[in-house]
Design a protein around this ligand. Structure first.
Ligand SMILES: N[C@@H](CCC[C@H](N)C(=O)O)C(=O)O
Length: 274
């Protein structure tokens, strides 16, 4: 089957065009595709499917996605389903444009967190209206080198954003953070961040359903919100191992701007043999 490969600040994805919803994408296939030795390799899969043939109920917050022609069916590298991916939606936008599936520069993409408005900028960046950023209270995680405390935040998907005093490069993200079930019944993405200059954060992330990744768009928004005194409006530049994104927080919602590129296209043989 056809595939493309793309990344946004080196958060990389296998893109599967499935406009008519014919692909039965199980967790094992996703994990095999994302395997960096036996598969194509990626932090997740973006299935490109028309919303009307998605074949799963879109209710509550997800219901606004019903008005979008295209739906980003996001799967983590371990095969689990996620509500939203901030880097993924930019790459998804770039793919729709390059594949000739969308001609507009401003449109909406459906996600399990609802419709997300995207804008293709003249310099090639993509800006995403990320929707509401909800601060849910405090939380903590056990990392390999100790406990971190932070803020539980929903950007459609769950995050624990933790301010640290040392350079983020020194934090050990070598194994999965241990979370408290009562704080994160669905698991969470864990960010560590530090303010390195006024309006500038450095951040690393351990993603739910993947591992440490080079970037996480929803995590960048969560870190920006956690770094903002009083939860007000603010603009942040966020440096991650894979690049730089800009976040604007306004009226309880966020905009995320950053690069998105397609690097390859080809055919993949399914089922993959490991
Ligand atoms: N990398 C993404 C987030 C992908 C989903 C996440 N791992 C989850 O399970 O919530 C981003 O750029 O936001």
């Amino acid at each position: 089957m056809r595939f493309a490969k793309g990344h946004g600040t080196e958060n990389d994805f296998v893109i599967l065009p499935d406009p008519d919803g014919e692909l039965d994408l199980d967790a094992a296939t996703v994990a095999a595709l994302c395997d960096r030795r036996a598969g194509i390799g990626g932090d997740g899969v973006l299935r490109v499917v028309r919303t009307k043939v998605l074949g799963e109920p879109l209710e509550g917050e997800a219901a606004s996605a019903l008005r979008c022609e295209w739906f980003m069916d996001y799967r983590n590298a371990d095969g689990s389903v996620a509500e939203m991916c901030g880097n993924g939606v930019r790459v998804f936008t770039r793919y729709l444009r390059e594949a000739g599936l969308v001609g507009d520069t401003v449109f909406e993409v459906g996600t399990r967190a609802g419709a997300r408005r995207v804008t293709v900028e003249e310099d090639g960046d993509v800006t995403v209206d990320m929707g509401p950023v909800r601060v849910l209270g405090s939380g903590s995680a056990e990392l390999a080198d100790g406990t971190v405390r932070g803020v539980r935040i929903s950007v459609g998907n769950p995050h624990l954003a933790c301010r640290v005093a040392r350079p983020v490069a020194e934090v050990d993200l070598g194994r999965a953070p241990v979370l408290r079930d009562e704080e994160f019944p669905e698991g969470a993405n864990v960010e560590v961040f530090r303010e390195v200059a006024p309006g500038v954060l450095e951040m690393r992330v351990y993603e739910r359903g993947a591992a440490e990744t080079r970037s996480c768009g929803t995590g960048i928004v969560a870190a920006a919100a956690a770094a903002t005194p009083g939860g007000g409006d603010a603009e942040w530049t966020v440096r991650v191992p894979g690049g730089v994104c800009a976040v604007a927080l306004e009226g309880g919602s966020a905009r995320l701007r950053g690069p998105a590129v397609i690097v390859a296209e080809g055919d993949v043989r399914l089922p993959l043999v490991r």
